[in-house]
Design a protein around this ligand. Sequence first.
Ligand code: PGA
Length: 252
Amino acid sequence: MSPLLVANWKMNPRTLARAQTLFASYALKKKPRAGIVVCPPASFLPAMHALRKKKIGLQTIALGGQNIGPATEGAFTGNISPSMLKEFGAGYVIIGHSECRAQGETNELINQKVKTALAANLHVLLCVGEIERVHDGAEFSVIREQIAIALDGVTKSRMKRLTICYEPVWAIGTGNPASAAEAIEVGLFILRTIASVIGKHPRNAVRVLYGGSVNAENARDFLEHDVISGFLVGGESLSGRSLLGILHAITK
Ligand code: PGA
């Protein structure tokens, strides 16, 4: 499986002009040996979509949203629907990021969002991960529950458009990533958990990404053993140089 690199800009950068400069700085000199998805703030998506059409080197980069509402239209103040994302070129959406969970998103709400996104043919980047690592294996039951509820009622055929992002909350934005061994162990557990839901080993069906303080120096180690097959990158995606550094490190 060729790696997938997802840039999660979160609520950055501050202005549209800076967002355009940032996206332009991702321009690739040749076709990458990894998939790249950029998830800007939704209000910047139309401009990124336009820039991607215009600027050489951005065409192979896919776009994604950072969240959606659980419904497709109606009286949902502040929500964005899958079709609103798709209209501006997004093919992916992050769901269940820990920063959204921290604002009150429950596993049940995340389940509704996953089903709404998959029904609209978006590719879902479902984030799971424990808040702290207390070295008693508790992370496994947290992650099992997050996955089981998030995927409740999702048909097997729709899981083709599903990627699970293992993001231990304690590693996000802290400069303190999980070790490659820790991430691979949880990655295997995620694959086994999905297998118990869909009834077969999904190594080639469902991709597992790692996220949490990924950079060009540490990225490559996570890919050993073919369990983790890419990254969700926050801080280091806010400079083209750093993101392309990670791309280079994982594809050389
Ligand atoms: P980070 O964020 O790379 O800044 O740790 C990752 C994420 O929250 O997706």
